[in-house]
Ligand binder design. Structure first.
Ligand code: EPZ
Length: 420
């Protein structure tokens, strides 16, 4: 397995181009299953999860062609409605083919999902939502079997909690349903809006985009389109945190500040400089130690759970004690024990982590446990004294495009040792 090595202590300085968002690209690619015509996406990041989803779409009958940062998906016919365990167990977004398959083929057999080990991550709300739309659902040998012989029907679905994946899935399913579907308490994450905008350009009728009530009037069929994937706010937030951690100055290019405003506000509160321009954000810290700052993860527009680990890494060297509360996933603190290897002082109390800032971190061999936890280890290693080795970096390759190259261009001493 590859390892990443970082000799810490270099200030980051320069520009980082932000890639297309993984968490937008994945649901968008599943949406291509809704039409027989080709759908072209641009600004698609080259990541393991994107390649794995392309493989799954191939199994279902799509042809998927990559050309630079574009991916074109054509599915004149769906040749199989089974999404196999071998692929779906690798990453959660693959489960989202469920909605488009039932909508277009009136049946689907999709393995229960896998993905990052950050909590129980049930699928009850997907099932209840599709049942409410008229699908019959059985769970057989680890697969969700969904059938809607007469097609899906529009209805009102109020989700008891805000879920990104459930909103993606039910919104896609509703585009081809009979009548109007109203999704209440829908997720408002920018990736949900990106999917909605793409569906509209495919001919879907959706109102309330960006709000917590989505109204979708089903249509007979959808058509092909070309759609640019939005920039990755989590990648941007990670590099903003890395810049603050190393006391450097970094300009994030190609990302809109409003997509990660909550993170920028917290960085400001901690004492980092944030300068927002259209399509770019500059982060800087000159000399001063950061102040400990509390954070509570929340659904959008709150502070994103996908930046919680990286922010915790930042707080390990801040002045004072910070309390970090995770409200989205019940087990998303796997990075705590790895951050302790750098000398961080963190204690866990249920859904809260109490971080007591130390003067300096020291390099250590560490192991990535999930995607965003790996990013937290990178943040810590960039500031730690000595050379850190990060193991299990395949987690990182699922979500960060050309990370060593981007950080290296800003002066980080970072390199990858390829597995022999
Ligand atoms: C998406 O996951 C993202 N994944 C996650 O990013 C992100 O952390 C999460 O949204 C929250 O923003 C992708 O976009 C591929 P949820 P998702 O359903 O949709 C509970 C990353 O690192 N729930 O919004 O799976 C669930 O357990 C990943 O890129 C149910 O109880 O998250 C959680 O507590 C990690 N029943 C809460 O909802 C259900 O049926 C919110 O999760 C579904 C969800």
């Amino acid at each position: 397995m590859d390892t990443i090595h970082i000799r810490g202590g270099r200030r980051l300085s320069g520009s980082i181009p932000i890639s297309g968002a993984k968490n937008a690209a994945l649901p968008l690619m599943t949406a291509a299953l809704l039409t027989a015509e080709p759908v072209k996406f641009t600004n698609v990041p080259a990541l393991t999860d994107v390649r794995s989803l392309a493989k799954l779409l191939g199994v279902l009958g799509s042809s998927v062609e990559r050309n630079g940062d574009s991916v074109t998906i054509s599915t004149p016919e769906i040749t199989s409605t089974t999404a196999p365990y071998e692929i779906v167990s690798q990453f959660r977004a693959s489960f989202w083919v469920l909605g488009p398959l039932v909508a277009r083929c009136r049946e689907a057999k999709v393995s229960l999902p896998g993905g990052c080990a950050i909590g129980a991550r049930p699928v009850d709300l997907y099932i209840k939502g599709l049942q409410k739309m008229g699908a019959e659902i059985d769970l057989v040998e680890g697969y969700v079997l969904a059938k809607a012989p007469d097609g899906l029907k529009g209805t009102v679905i109020r989700s008891p909690i805000v879920s990104v994946g459930v909103t993606h899935t039910l919104m896609m399913a509703a585009t081809l349903a009979d009548g109007e579907t109203i999704l209440e308490n829908a997720a408002r994450e920018p990736e949900v809006s990106d999917l909605a905008h793409c569906l509209v350009s495919m001919g879907a009728k959706i109102e309330g985009i960006g709000t917590s009530t989505l109204r979708i009037e089903g249509v007979e069929k959808l058509k092909g389109t070309t759609h640019r994937v939005i920039a990755d706010r989590i990648e941007a937030g990670t590099y903003a945190i890395a810049a603050a951690m190393t006391g450097g100055e970094v300009t994030l290019e190609g990302v809109e500040a409003e997509t990660f405003d909550a993170a920028l506000s917290v960085l400001r509160a901690a004492g980092a400089g944030v300068d927002v321009q259209q399509g770019q954000v500059r982060i800087f810290r000159n000399g001063e130690r950061l102040q400990a700052t509390n954070v509570v993860t929340q659904v959008f527009p709150g502070f994103p759970t996908d930046l919680q680990a990286q922010f915790m890494a930042l707080m390990t060297t801040a002045d004072g004690e910070s309390e970090i509360t995770e409200t989205i996933f019940e087990n998303r603190f796997m990075h705590v024990q790895e951050l302790a290897r750098f000398g961080a002082d963190i204690s866990l109390h249920g859904d809260k982590a109490l971080v007591r800032g130390v003067e300096k971190l020291k390099a250590a061999p560490v192991m990535a446990s999930d995607l965003r936890a790996s990013a937290a280890l990178i943040v810590a290693a960039l500031a730690a004294e000595g050379e850190t080795t990060i193991n299990r970096v395949y987690h990182l390759d699922r979500g960060f495009e050309r990370m060593e190259e981007k950080l290296g261009a800003c002066g980080a001493e970072i390199w990858r040792a390829k597995a022999s």
